[in-house]
Design a protein around this ligand. Structure first.
Ligand code: FMN
Length: 176
């Protein structure tokens, strides 16, 4: 029987292109982990894109939090938080801003909050030496420009995804 690839929706806003550069590296990690990467800027995204994905990696510029555009898109994406159609999918977050101390983790937590509100299972980044330079337990980051360390952390979200999904699957099988 033919099995399809795990499909990851890489969904993000980016007004100046920095968050989009981080998305490039995340896409490399996702496809490198053997997953299909469906990439959408928020202006082009549709609700069926969300439903078709096994996991969603959500990104926003750090605009003292997520952008209004991204929040508005989710606000008007229907009643998915009530129907629980995204529950159990895996989620992760990324953001880019000017400053490493300019609220970057608060913005990652806002992104994660949106995913948790849909009952999703969240993947972060574990400690590695790269985290001395870049990234957060809450997701991939960049500030000012996208460095090699930022790309390394962003690519790590893809493989981390598969490991987490396996844990979730096994847990479901164990409890059924
Ligand atoms: C309205 C607004 C608010 C911003 N707030 C912050 C902030 O709180 N912290 C920060 O580090 N950068 C902040 N920035 C800078 C952006 O994060 C920066 O321009 C970043 O490159 C945006 O990502 P993008 O290039 O993908 O659009 C802000 C920019 C704007 C326009």
């Amino acid at each position: 029987m033919a099995t399809r690839l795990t499909r990851i929706l890489l969904l993000y806003d980016s007004r100046g292109g920095l968050t989009e550069q981080l998305a490039d590296a995340i896409a490399e990690g996702v496809t490198g982990a053997g997953c299909e990467c469906l990439r959408r800027r928020i202006d082009d995204a549709t609700v069926p894109d969300l439903l078709a994905a096994d996991g969603i990696i959500l990104g926003s510029p750090n605009w003292s939090g997520i952008t209004g555009r991204l929040k508005e898109w989710f606000d008007y994406s229907g009643d998915l938080w009530e129907t629980r159609e995204l529950a159990g999918k895996v989620g992760a977050a990324f953001t880019a801003g000017y400053s490493r101390s300019g609220g970057i983790e608060a913005t990652l937590l806002q992104l994660i909050h949106l995913l948790l509100a849909h009952g999703m299972v969240i993947v972060g980044l574990p400690w590695t030496e790269a985290m001395r330079e870049s990234g957060s337990y809450y997701g991939a980051t960049a500030h000012g420009r996208v460095t090699d360390a930022d790309r390394e952390q962003a690519r790590a979200l893809g493989p981390g995804w598969r490991r987490s999904r396996r844990v979730w699957r096994l847990a479901a099988e164990e409890s059924s």
